[in-house]
Design a binder for this molecule. Structure first.
Ligand SMILES: NC(=O)c1ccc[n+]([C@@H]2O[C@H](COP(=O)([O-])OP(=O)(O)OC[C@H]3O[C@@H](n4cnc5c(N)ncnc54)[C@H](OP(=O)(O)O)[C@@H]3O)[C@@H](O)[C@H]2O)c1
Length: 317
């Protein structure tokens, strides 16, 4: 696509509706089995043309769900600004076909009101997110982490009120432990803002939501579950089999440290590679298929630094 060419979404993007979407818990919402996360690769330091190519490819192939948070970038806020630019230039005509989420919980701005779970922080942060993304509302707004020092009712009531104000259509919870999650579900249900979805880290190397019972609890309660870092930030792919590529997340030594590339991991990956070959799948596809086979999982929330990676991941469905 030329830089000034108008974006027109692929006509056949919903050709495989029955195959590509899962119902989110007991809600009316269908989410794509593969959703796109914008934590990395979509900030101000990343080439905009590449962000554009990846998001276009996603939407052209039926990925309707894009996941953001206030502090995605770097710098913080800039992934949402990229989404705002995409909205203005390409996606506005398709707004009703998109399911866009954002979150607040981690450190975003200085001072006492820039992180955690107070009403003050959540309300202000969502207003900022809407401005950056050039949206009137988000489809889904999350509490990004549990705040043990704020009364749980304050955080949850802020989520309820955000929906009442029309700034979000649904609410979600991410990274909360099981006990407060168990309190959140009835609180929200009694106020007619049922919890739509839980976002937790789940992959073949980290099975915490299964071990803690969170996935099973969500399934029983009719709450959807979306698995973040399904490829363990790239570890569960071919990316690091033969070294650490200079353009990889691990090479940055920040969120993914090179110490994770152990002989045990490499042996595990070789095993997965062989297993994948038997199924006609890549390592990444094998890892995503494992998650989607878990009962209660609605979607895998992948990241991608190229169209080719996304293409590989999408081939799973
Ligand atoms: N709620 C939370 O607290 C939380 C936390 C983390 C993430 N998330 C959400 O989950 C999303 C995904 O997280 P993530 O980026 O860690 O997910 P991931 O899918 O586990 O890792 C994505 C990275 O893996 C590599 N990759 C992806 N597909 C590949 C393929 N087919 N072959 C080779 N390498 C491949 C790329 O690494 P390179 O960049 O090195 O190429 C890519 O950036 C985030 O964007 C965010 O929306 C939420």
């Amino acid at each position: 696509m030329e830089p000034n060419e108008k974006y027109i979404a692929a006509e056949n993007r919903y050709a495989d509706m029955d195959k590509n979407y899962n119902r989110c818990g007991k809600s009316g919402v269908l989410l794509p089995k593969v959703s796109l996360g914008m934590w990395h690769n979509f900030g101000a330091n990343d080439p905009y043309e590449r962000s554009k190519a990846i998001t276009h490819y996603a939407f052209d192939h039926g990925i309707t769900h894009f996941d953001l948070a206030n502090n995605y970038g770097p710098p913080y806020g800039s992934a949402e600004e990229t989404m705002g630019r995409l909205m203005e230039q390409d996606f506005r005509p398709y707004r009703d076909e998109l399911f866009i989420s954002s979150k607040a919980g981690y450190d975003m701005w200085e001072g006492p009101y820039g992180e955690w779970g107070s009403r003050k922080y959540l309300m202000a942060s969502l207003d900022q997110s809407l401005r950056r993304m050039k949206l009137d509302y988000v489809d889904l707004f999350y509490s990004h982490r549990f705040d043990p020092k704020t009364p749980i009712e304050e955080t949850l009531q802020a989520l309820v009120d955000i929906v009442r104000q029309g700034k979000a259509l649904y609410v979600g919870i991410s990274n909360w432990p099981l006990e407060p999650l168990k309190a959140a579900v009835p609180y929200l249900k009694e106020r007619d803002v049922p919890l739509l979805i839980y976002q937790g880290r789940l992959n073949m190397l980290n099975r915490e939501p299964i071990e803690t019972g969170i996935l099973e609890f969500c399934r029983q309660e009719g709450v959807g579950f979306i698995a973040y870092s399904p490829l363990a930030q790239g570890l569960l792919t071919e990316r690091y089999l033969d070294g650490i590529p200079a353009d990889s997340r691990m090479a940055k030594e920040h969120f993914l440290k090179s110490e994770r590339r152990t002989p045990e991991l490499l042996a595990y990956l070789r095993q997965l590679e062989a297993q994948g070959k038997a199924h006609g799948r890549t390592i990444a596809q094998e890892a995503l298929a494992w998650i989607l086979a878990q009962e209660g999982v609605t979607s895998v929330l992948v990241g991608a630094s190229s169209v080719k990676q996304l293409q590989d991941n999408l081939a799973i469905i």
